[in-house]
Design a protein around this ligand. Structure first.
Ligand code: NCD
Length: 297
């Protein structure tokens, strides 16, 4: 079983992971199993929480390390790297700057492949922990929520995988971004085809008082073709306790890392969910690993 995209996961499959994450316990169910970590891009949360999850289930990890210190530096192809690492590990977690790379890797190996972010494409395990957080902290019924998704909707892979997943729950969606960072055409088309109710706006003021969750993202600087284009749009939005003064009890989420789009003055308020959200990466990834490698769930 590969986990490549939320586009091909059913609502039932997602709920199975979320239910399992509720009850999964530390133990030895994955004793003797090894997870291969191949991160061709920086990572703190995803890599460390996968490692923590694997160890809490009694398994172990082997880590390619940075691109700089691996044979990728010598010009090895992704196909060759994954074929080799398949001999060292029972499942592979891959993050890569090129869209479609996890799917490509899955064509070269029999071991399960988990997409930990492919360029501006998808980040399905982040979505599962986002859904888990909404379900545990906001409302069990994801379909009853109104979720605002704000920031870099163009290059943000967490946005793409989350939107397509929430559409399957019929969650009402409001997309908030500067016009340059609107949703890409392929995601908009998918949403239109799904029949979910959504709108696109440039300012959060008009929608925030109706939201249950405001999901904020950073501008993905590394994906801009020109640094100048990034500079033009950098620092163009920021959520603070002032901006949420009249917003009721909206909960603010963020996949992290944040740059300057959430004022730290929000951290100790009831609005802030983002650190708990990051911590939920462990139980959710334990559930995923247990289902992929241990056959349970
Ligand atoms: C995200 C990513 O890598 O897409 N990070 C994460 O895994 N929590 C978000 C980001 O980098 O902005």
């Amino acid at each position: 079983m590969d986990i490549l995209s939320t586009k091909e996961m059913t609502r039932k499959e997602m709920l199975e992971v979320l239910d399992h994450a509720r009850s999964v316990e530390q133990g030895t169910s994955l004793s003797g199993e090894v997870l291969g970590l191949l991160f061709f891009e920086p990572s703190t949360r995803t890599k460390m929480s996968f490692t923590s999850a694997m160890k809490r289930l009694g398994g172990d990890v082997v880590d390619m390390g940075s691109v700089e210190s691996s044979s990728v530096k010598k010009g090895e192809t992704l196909a060759d790297t994954v074929r080799v690492v398949e001999g060292y590990a029972d499942a592979l977690v891959i993050r890569h700057p090129r869209e479609g790379s996890a799917r490509l890797a899955s064509e070269f190996v029999d071991a399960p492949v988990i997409n930990a972010g492919d360029g501006a494409g998808q980040h399905p395990t982040q979505t599962l922990l986002d859904l888990y957080t909404m379900r545990e902290e906001v409302d069990e019924d994801l379909g009853s929520l109104h979720v605002g998704v704000m920031g870099d909707l163009k290059y943000g892979r967490t946005v793409h995988s989350l939107s397509l997943a929430l559409a399957k729950f019929d969650t009402r969606l409001s997309f908030v971004s500067p016009s340059e960072l609107r949703l890409p055409e392929n995601v908009r088309r998918e949403l239109e085809g799904s029949g979910v109710e959504f709108r696109e706006v440039e300012d959060v003021e008009g929608v925030v008082d109706d939201l249950d969750v405001l999901y904020v993202t950073r501008i993905q600087k590394e994906r801009f073709p020109e640094e100048r284009e990034y500079e033009r749009i950098a620092h163009s939005y920021r959520v603070s306790s002032d901006s949420l003064e009249d917003a009721g009890d909206v909960r603010v989420m963020h996949p992290l890392p944040r740059v300057d789009e959430i004022d730290p003055d929000l951290d100790d308020t009831e609005h802030a969910l983002y650190f708990r959200q990051a911590h939920n990466g462990v139980p959710v990834r334990m559930a995923i690993l247990d289902m992929v490698l241990g056959g349970s769930g």
